[in-house]
Design a protein around this ligand. Sequence first.
Ligand SMILES: [Zn+2]
Length: 502
Amino acid sequence: MTNVSSRAQRCFAALSLFAAASAFAQPALNVSDRVMLRQVLQAMPKGGDLHNHLSGSVYAEYYLKYAADDGMCLDSVKLAITQCPPPQPAAATLPTTSPIVPAATVFQPYSSLYGEMLDALSMRQFRAGAESGHDHFFNTFGKFSAVSKTHVPEMLTQDVWRLATENVDYLETIFAPDFGSARDLLKVVKPGQSFSEMRTAMMQSGLVPPIITSSRAVIDRAEAYMRDNLHCGTANAQPGCDSTVRYIYELHRGVPLQQLFAEMVVGYELASADPRVAGLNPVMPEDSYISMHDFDDQMAMFAFFHKLYPKIHLSTHAGELVPGLVEPEGLRDHIRDSVMIAHAERIGHGVDLTYEDDAAGLLKTMASRGVAVEVCLTSNDVILGVSGKAHPLRYYLAAGVPVTLATDDPGVSRDDMTNQYMRAVQEQGLDYATLKRLARNSLEYSFAEGESLWSNHDYSKMATACVDTASSTCKTFVAANTKARIELRLEQRLRDFEAAWK
Ligand SMILES: [Zn+2]
């Protein structure tokens, strides 16, 4: 693990003020100097990644390694990681034509399967043909799911370290640490029960507390492994040791309603019990049959739980849609309903904004309520084919809706946070001042606990306790408020970053 930050810093320091300043002042010039732009934006402290799926953040190379280490197999036709067949009697060995091969096969010399598997488990070298980018992207998750649930500590370490090397040191990563055990609650549900009756039955079953305990233990183990493997607290501490990580409980919008309800019971209870679990988010393709068909019922379920758990944060994937992918009616209200009915505090994607009923009114509402949008430029490009002027980013910015840039699934898309900033400059025409605001937004609109460092949202005035950031009052304040602490750290890092090229 090399220290990319210091390498970029050295390169960056060699740049002239004029070159760096003109790159930001005139983004059009930036397009011709990708090398400088990449170095500068990699070195720029970028705050947090608020939309990051843990399993989608891992590079396929690591999934193949996990599979080989575990003695698992690959289906060389379906190009998926799979369990090996049970041991055969000596006389009945596998036929040589079997497509199931040991995963370690891919590491042998001259194996073409290695590259084929990397392509299948990610967007590497993807060219749309019979399979769309949307389908290939979402299909990858099933191809590595046999190992993505059993290597959470290694995955978390990769995710946190990789982001830290590009100066992103706050992370909210989406995953379900109960690994599906919320489904156990379905056995106490009876047909025809109301939301309230279902929840009461589940809560009184005695099944919830052990799920919460085991989920918290999964996070404990992952964090301990990460600290150990990044050598935190030693002279050889790696990037990531100073990062702050929060977890977003992953709900599945493509499953039957009662199962989603059971997941909500676990998710809201887990977030109430463990401050590291900072909120919830429904995942899976928004355009799938169940996601579309059950959308209104799902919103009603969120409204029900919001009344019971008003302090638990919610971000929802909403508007990750384009015309033609769903019926026109499906484009009209997902963002609005997520905000108004489900009480989502942040929206993931929000790509179909211009097709929402009264989009201008929706923008006003989001701006006045401070509902942020997690903009994932690479993801929107490779899944939905939306980029450049077709992306609604500029409408959100013009309306004063808080925006952050996020990676979504950097392992699957084989991209990183720096490239989101690259795209923001080169494709969206954003200047440095706007990028800085987006970086600050990524902490201000995070679900990190505690009060903000800021007393306003244009970041011109700090909280009274931190008018003098070196004062003992401020030190006490940031020690008691995680959000203020990570925001002050970003300010200090931005100051150093900007001083480096002045
Ligand atoms: Zn996502």
